[in-house]
Design a binder for this molecule. Structure first.
Ligand code: ADP
Ligand code: MG
Length: 461
């Protein structure tokens, strides 16, 4: 079976070749809507299932497949999926190269602790999964003939990306969130847990924000939480679930603030370490600015026959916790751009760091100011926030050095074979190795300078 046959088998999950049943819309954002056939993978959400179960990959026909989603570019007119497809593939191919070089490296010099400078860069790192890429469709793709009948009748062809589905957290995890954080009428708790929509439960770990902001009585929820189905509705105390007037409650993309992570006794330090690895890899390994990427806690990948094809940074599982087995995933690369390996690039990356949703741990101000008024969170920092920032910063710098060494070794060979003089590429290599320290310095210097969100001028940059 060649690659195009394999691709066809994967995509069959979304087509009339597999079923005539309508696809489920499991999410949407400003770029477009996300669709999947959940019925193919019933283990994704079996009521009352044991959350530690990891089932083997299912098959369509005779071919083993993993669950997939279709991202349709039916959102804002200025958003294109072409860029996302290019960046997503670039990240995966860099990761592939990186992991295979690392395997060879660990085989020849067995990995020691992360600080000893030898062995596999991410050996001791926690798993961060990146959804596998399956296909990219233009509006003219013949495949639409078999997909459109499964979408709402007014749907038209458009650009679309097909990629691996991030498996949602199971019912037990939804029950945990509802039990801990729903403080509305108790009889509605079961409804939240059993709501079909909430089966697509992904949790956003917000290591950079606490819920308990000093909001005045009667303050409305913040505009960033307003009007986006994917953001959980919160009441005046952000992070508390509340019933929307339309009667909807969402556990999709549930923002789990650092104080909630503490309340659930989840391994915040391990999440910080995993994010440090992931950000270092995107910035220096892939040379991508990580603009607006999303991190979610979701199911780990099943232990499956495709294990050799893992699109993952790191190998270590998170400590056992009452959320059950879970992994960190990164998604949504449509706003990402190539990052120049210069000080200009460093400044841009620091701005992207602050403008993203508050996934990363953050430093407190080194200049003695508490930041701008929009960043109330800075006033609520605790010792644990400092601790998380220390973990993040330490590992980010350590891993960045290793990634730079790996990249520059590869590049130096290319530069040499291009006939460049040693002085030139040696100078470039030395200059690039300073960038991670400059990045951290810039982040620490710009506490409270940037507010969240992509600036309006971004789309034309
Ligand atoms: N591969 C995936 N698996 C599962 N859910 C996904 C996947 N991709 C996106 N989603 C869900 O759909 C939402 C919107 O998708 P996203 O790629 O962020 O679109 P946009 O670029 O418009 O923001 C995500 O926040 C997430 O909840
Ligand atoms: Mg998004």
């Amino acid at each position: 079976m060649d690659n195009s046959d394999k691709q066809y088998h994967q995509i069959a999950q979304l087509t009339t070749a597999q079923s005539d049943a309508p696809l489920d819309r499991i999410g949407y954002g400003s770029c477009g809507s996300i669709w999947a056939d959940s019925s193919l993978f019933p283990y994704i959400d079996i009521y009352g299932c044991n959350s530690s179960s990891t089932e083997p990959i299912t098959s369509v026909g005779e071919e083993a497949v993993f669950p997939i989603v279709l991202k349709r570019a039916d959102g804002l007119p200025d958003r294109s999926l072409t860029n996302e497809a290019v960046i997503h593939r670039h990240i995966l191919s860099t990761l592939d190269k990186f992991n295979s070089d690392n395997q060879q490296c660990s085989a020849s010099s067995p990995a020691g602790p992360r600080l000893d400078g030898g062995g596999n860069i991410f050996t001791d790192g926690h798993v961060v999964n990146i959804p596998r890429h399956v296909a990219f469709f233009e509006p003219s793709a013949p495949m639409w003939n078999q997909i459109l009948p499964r979408l709402p009748s007014d749907s038209t062809t458009c650009q679309a990306l097909v990629s691996e589905r991030i498996l949602p957290l199971p019912r037990d995890s939804r029950a945990l969130l509802a039990n801990k954080f729903w403080d509305g009428p108790a009889h509605l708790r079961e409804n939240i847990v059993n709501d079909k929509r909430n089966e697509h439960c992904l949790v956003r770990p917000y290591l950079g924000r606490r819920r308990c902001r000093n909001l005045k009585a009667g303050t409305q929820r913040t505009t960033e939480e307003e009007g986006d189905e994917n953001k959980v509705m919160v009441d005046e105390r952000p992070g508390h679930l509340r019933l929307k007037t339309r009667g909807l409650i969402s556990l999709r993309n549930y923002p789990l603030h650092v104080d909630q992570i503490e309340e659930l006794v989840l391994p915040a330090g391990e999440y910080a370490a995993a994010m440090a690895d992931a950000l270092a890899f995107l910035l220096w390994g892939c040379e991508v600015d990580a603009c607006d990427v999303e991190f979610v806690l979701a199911r780990p990948r099943p232990q499956d026959s495709l294990a050799h094809d893992m699109a993952s940074i790191g190998t270590r599982k998170f400590s056992t916790s009452n959320l059950g087995p879970h992994a960190l995933w990164i998604l949504d690369f449509d706003c990402c751009k190539p990052l120049s390996m210069t000080m200009e690039g460093v400044y841009l990356a620091a701005e992207r760091f602050w403008r993203n949703d508050p996934y990363y741990p953050t430093p407190t101000s080194t200049s003695g100011t508490s930041g701008d008024a929009s960043n109330n969170n800075l006033k609520n920092k605790t010792g644990n926030d400092e601790f998380l920032w220390k973990i993040f910063k330490g590992l980010f710098l350590e891993v960045s050095t290793r990634i730079m060494d790996w990249k520059l070794e590869t590049k130096t060979a290319a530069w040499k074979s291009d006939g460049q003089v040693e002085g030139t590429y040696g100078g470039q290599a030395r200059q690039q190795k300073l960038l991670p320290v400059e990045f951290i310095k810039r982040v620490e210097e710009t506490v409270g300078v940037y507010s969240k969100g992509i600036p309006i001028f971004f789309s034309s940059s």
